[in-house]
Structures are given as structure tokens and as C-alpha cells.
Design a protein around this ligand. Sequence first.
Ligand code: ZN
Length: 215
Amino acid sequence: MYEKERQLLYEAHLTLEKYGLVAYTSGNVSLKINDKVLIKPSGVPYSSLKPSDMVLVDLSGKVIDGNMKPSVDAATHLYLYRNIEWAKSIIHTHSTFATTFAVLEKSIPVLCTAHADVFGEEIPLAEYAPVGSEAIGKAVIKVIGKSGTVLLRKHGVIVVGKSLDDAVKKAVFLEEVAKMSYFALSNQRVEPLDPSEVDRLNTQYHTKYGQAGNS
Ligand SMILES: [Zn+2]
């Protein structure tokens, strides 16, 4: 069932690994298909992960298809799908520079045009919540904005996408922006971009950048 989606979800995991956003078994991606969700199995290393390993669950977490347990973060993903209408794909990583901000308990200010383009706002920081229940999802909902991207205090990041590609793109750009911001803030005091310029860039990027039909 859902062979094409399994392959795409598998490839999204490999993309995260290619960009160095995940290590060994950490991180996970899910894809919403109507009222079901495909998600990475728990504790399977990227080196042995297969498309057929992806676990199909319903929105309450009941396994519909799959021989393995779903990711321990499944409850977080499912809570967000139940509460964000436009959510079609969700990514969780501990990518180093974004997680460094989460560990420092700091949001990421908008310091450069790429941040304004892709996210259009500060990346907010959620309150601390334990793994394995709906608590992380509830903490994310409290602070999530139009970027669909949130830092999990002392933990990692959650990216909510309008599609699988949108989520992967934001996860990759988030780490790039976090890296640049970390080095900039480490060296000297820097001023954020003017909020009106952030809005202008973000609107321009989402309406004029790229080829017609792309998001
Ligand atoms: Zn985690």
C-alpha cells in the first residue's frame, strides 16, 4: 500500500542524512495521505532503512500497515496533523546549529535575506516538553507561526510543511540560517533585518521566486 509515497518518504530521510541534519537513528519524517500518516519506524538506522519499513498509522496512532513500531515522535506528528489543517508533512531533527539555539533557549532572529525569504519571521522557541506523548505537539502549537518551523527547547526542531518537498526544504534552510546566525551572533552584536523588509522579502519570495507553479 502507498508504494510511491513510501519511496518518496524514504528519499526524504536520505536527503536529511545527505545534508547532515540527522545521525544514525535520530530524526524522522512523516507524510499525511488523506486521513492516514506514513512515518519512519522507531530506532532504525538510516543505513538499513527501506521504503517498506515506513509505518502507516491512522490519526489516533493505530498501526494500519507495517511490521515495526512507529517513531517515538509519532504522537507529536499526529497531534500537529490533527491541529494544523494545512500540514501535509512533518520533520523532526536535532540538526546541530538549530538545536544549539534550542539548547541556549533562544529563538533565531531574522538576520539575513534567506531567512526572511523562506521563513518570514523569527524561528520561535517552544517550552520544554518530554518526548513520547502529545506534550511536544501542544508546546509547538502555542508558538508556531507562518513559517511552520519551531525550536524545541533543549531538544531539536519541528518543521511543518505544506508538502514533503516544502518540509525538506525548510529543514535544510533552517540549519543553514541557524549556522550563519550562530556565527554572526558569536562574533559581535548584530541587528535584525527591519520587519517591513522581512515582510517584503517573504511576500516577494513566495509570490515571484522560482518557476510558475512551484511553492
Ligand atoms: Zn528528538
